[in-house]
Write a protein that binds this ligand. Structure first.
Ligand code: ACM
Length: 748
């Protein structure tokens, strides 16, 4: 009898500790302050939700089980036991106007906030906390004090290249809300289709919203032709004004502002196909840019904006402004006349004139202009806000000039780029933006003073959809990268730590599974990072992966690792050459493709390179040291080890310092045609005793076709059989006049 009682007590204690231990507090984005307490609140169907009048909508949002929602007037002392309440607070409880406090105790739940944005964020934390629990009706007791780092936490979706229906846009917004992303930048117009009903211009959606070619790729390959609404073989679609208003309201309820983008003066092929009189040539399918000398262009845009502003209450209207090809303006009589009459210097100023004119129009309707960083060219419109996408320089220049900025640099924020080794992925745009890269981003550049930094309103992911032909693939590209960006956008830098994020992310994979999100599962790619010690001539390699606590095995002789290969337990240091292959193992099975790194303290490391022709200012990598620093490039041309040569040949001379016995020389090039990078048509290697008279030892032609668009590498190598020389010259022919990218000249 006594023994039995003892067992019962143990069982009760075990149940209690299990319940407490199972409290999952792996919230993302990481709140500013979180303290956990024992016990949990039991969420029930009939749990009343009590809200301040201002937060009635927020209460509706979390009333997922048809709980009664009551309004709290605050006049009477109330008994809150067994309730969930969302109440207005003062600045003592919630110091930041967009912040919140969440208190969960075993007897009640309270969200305190000063405005609707704060209340919505607090409600979101509560909902995410709920979804993270093994039993979603047991909410762990916790106190959270939280506030956002940035006010603009955006995601841009391109619905022109690929059209996503209203039902999917709602799901996209639901997922954004789950991660406190509060701005949906809707890229509604572009060459591949106009997607918003404009009542004054019905041809935009009767014709320019439809095309031949299901995917953007098919359409682009078959001549960019538009079709007609009702054509059984057309691809496309558009949002009616009623649907767009529905999205605005749906988003607003989740604290999300919708910013519409109407592209001008470029990316307007679809408009000019139906209204060719607005282009310089007057001929459909000829120009991509509006004619800026023609007042009808501005009349058209203003009429469009009147309807757009009526649908979208956002303070900002995005006018595009990117990638305009200004060449037609140079010879168009109307554009030239405008340059003269408006006393402009050139076509750069003509673009600036057009943006300023749109800004004035928006301002007269109490709206602000937002545009891509090209709007800086030719002079920035007085109150324009800049989205810095071509790196950070545009954003830095704008902030220094006192303009507001949203950071969206391609190297961190383009989620149409690859997220893992391209060899393992569906075709994506050229760049390489894995999860850790996204997470590492700090939207406030070090170049800004504290005052200038205040102009950085926030950060945004951009998802261009040329190669994202359906919603399931969109989720694959967006998640989990949006989750990493959410922490960049919301959490203080003091709370950012990738290892801790990755640990919390494991819970979110489960959450995404529950919501049937087609997220990208963490990659099995092993990243091998070398660190060269130039004094000791040794290399140290570190292996990382997106997998959580992976079992990595490796070899150093180039053979494929197996279950008996050395287990990685920390950085490995060695001298001399090694061909490192590393892979993740589950039991005895290799997962994914083994990674390879050629580590080699070769003879040219640290030797001086002379550029007979300059490297590209935009892709300098490590400047003069790049080609002989011992570091090889990765799969990403933007990794800081690939040096670009733009529009002309590469021609460099390496001075070995003294006459050396040379056995072989090699150099690798990359091809990625989508961004204009080609393998050179031929590579010449020559040697010289004095740097003046060179003897060509090899002239090798390229055998990789220039129409191979997937990421490709080619090594050009020559044997020198012990020839003596001090200088090595490498020339590579840039037949396409695009980019050549090389990482290292390897000499033995
Ligand atoms: C852009 O990516 N063209 C803004």
């Amino acid at each position: 009898m006594i023994r039995k009682l003892a067992i019962m007590v143990t069982a009760i204690v075990a149940t209690y500790t299990t319940a407490f231990a199972q409290a999952n507090l792996n919230l993302i984005p990481q709140p500013r302050e979180i303290s956990s307490q024992p016990g949990h609140f039991q969420w029930q169907k009939h749990t009343p939700i009590i809200a301040s009048p201002a937060f009635k909508n927020v209460a509706d949002l979390i009333a997922t089980q048809n709980q009664p929602v009551k309004i709290f007037s605050g006049r009477h002392k109330a008994d809150f036991a067994g309730t969930i309440r969302i109440l207005e607070a003062d600045s003592r409880t919630v110091p930041d106007s967009n912040g919140y406090q969440l208190q969960v105790t075993p007897s009640s739940i309270a969200v305190y906030a000063r405005n609707a944005a704060g209340a919505i964020s607090g409600a979101q934390t509560l909902m995410q906390l709920r979804l993270l629990q093994p039993d979603t009706n047991l909410i762990p007791a916790v106190t959270i004090n939280d506030q956002p780092r940035f006010g603009h936490r955006g995601v841009m979706l391109d619905v022109s290249r690929t059209f996503y229906p209203i039902s999917y846009i709602k799901r996209f917004l639901d997922l954004m809300w789950l991660y406190k992303m509060n701005t949906f930048h809707w890229h509604l117009t572009d060459g591949a289709g106009w997607r918003l009903q404009i009542k004054q211009f019905p041809e935009l959606t009767q014709t320019a919203a439809w095309r031949y070619g299901n995917t953007w790729k098919d359409w682009a390959a078959t001549g960019h032709r538009y079709a007609h609404e009702g054509d059984p073989n057309a691809y496309g679609g558009y949002y009616s004004q009623e649907q767009a208003r529905e999205i605005v309201a749906y988003a607003a309820k989740r604290g999300i502002t919708v910013i519409p983008e109407i592209e001008m003066p470029g990316h307007a092929e679809e408009v000019l196909a139906v209204y060719p009189q607005l282009s310089c040539s007057g001929i459909p399918y000829k120009n991509s840019e509006f004619c800026l000398g023609n007042d009808q262009t501005f009349d058209f845009l203003e009429k469009v904006l009147i309807e757009v502003m009526d649908i979208f209450p956002s303070a900002y209207i995005h006018m595009g402004g990117d990638e305009a090809n200004k060449s037609a303006w140079k010879t168009c009589p109307k554009c030239q006349q405008r340059i003269k009459s408006a006393q402009l210097k050139d076509v750069e100023e003509l673009q600036s004139y057009a943006i300023r004119r749109m800004e004035r129009f928006l301002k007269s309707h109490q709206r602000h202009l937002l545009g891509w960083d090209e709007i800086l060219e030719g002079g920035l419109a007085p109150d324009a806000t800049v989205m810095s996408w071509r790196g950070e320089n545009g954003g830095i220049a704008a902030a220094k000039a006192g303009h507001n900025v949203i950071m969206t640099p391609g190297a961190y924020c383009y989620f149409d780029h690859y997220q893992a080794d391209p060899a393992t992925q569906p075709e994506a745009q050229g760049g390489y933006v894995p999860l850790e890269k996204v997470y590492s981003y700090n939207p406030v550049p070090a170049a800004l003073s504290a005052t200038e930094a205040k102009h950085i309103l926030g950060v945004q992911a951009n998802i261009w959809t040329e190669l994202i032909p359906h919603a399931a693939h969109l989720e694959y590209m967006a998640y989990p990268r949006i989750i990493a960006l959410s922490e960049v956008a919301w959490s203080d830098t003091a709370h950012k730590n990738f290892a801790a994020f990755k640990a919390r992310l494991q819970s979110h994979y489960l959450l995404l599974q529950r919501l049937n999100v087609n997220y990208f599962r963490p990659s099995y790619t092993v990243t091998i990072k070398p660190e060269i010690n130039y004094q000791s001539k040794q290399t140290t390699v570190t292996f990382t992966s997106e997998q959580y606590q992976p079992v990595i095995r490796y070899t150093m002789d180039g053979t494929t690792p197996n279950a008996a290969s050395t287990l990685y337990s920390g950085p490995v240091t060695f001298s001399g050459p090694a061909l490192i292959r590393a892979a993740i193992f589950r039991d005895t099975m290799i997962q994914g493709t083994p990674a390879l790194l050629e580590a080699d303290f070769h003879k040219a490391i640290g030797k001086r390179v002379t550029y007979n022709l300059p490297y590209s200012k935009n892709y300098p990598a490590q400047k003069e040291s790049t080609l002989t620093n011992g570091y090889r490039g990765s799969v990403s041309y933007g990794d800081g080890q690939w040096q670009g040569f733009e529009a002309h040949d590469m021609d460099v001379t390496i001075d070995m310092g003294t006459t050396e016995k040379l056995n072989d020389v090699s150099i690798n090039f990359m091809q990625l045609t989508g961004v204009g990078i080609y393998i050179p048509s031929e590579v010449e290697i020559a040697v010289s005793p004095d740097g003046k008279a060179f003897q060509t030892v090899q002239l090798q032609k390229n055998d990789v076709p220039d129409n191979i668009s997937v990421l490709t590498f080619k090594k050009f190598a020559t044997s020198l059989n012990g020839q003596l020389a001090r200088y090595i010259r490498v020339k590579a022919k840039n037949a396409q006049k695009g980019f050549l990218f090389a990482d290292e000249v390897i000499v033995h």
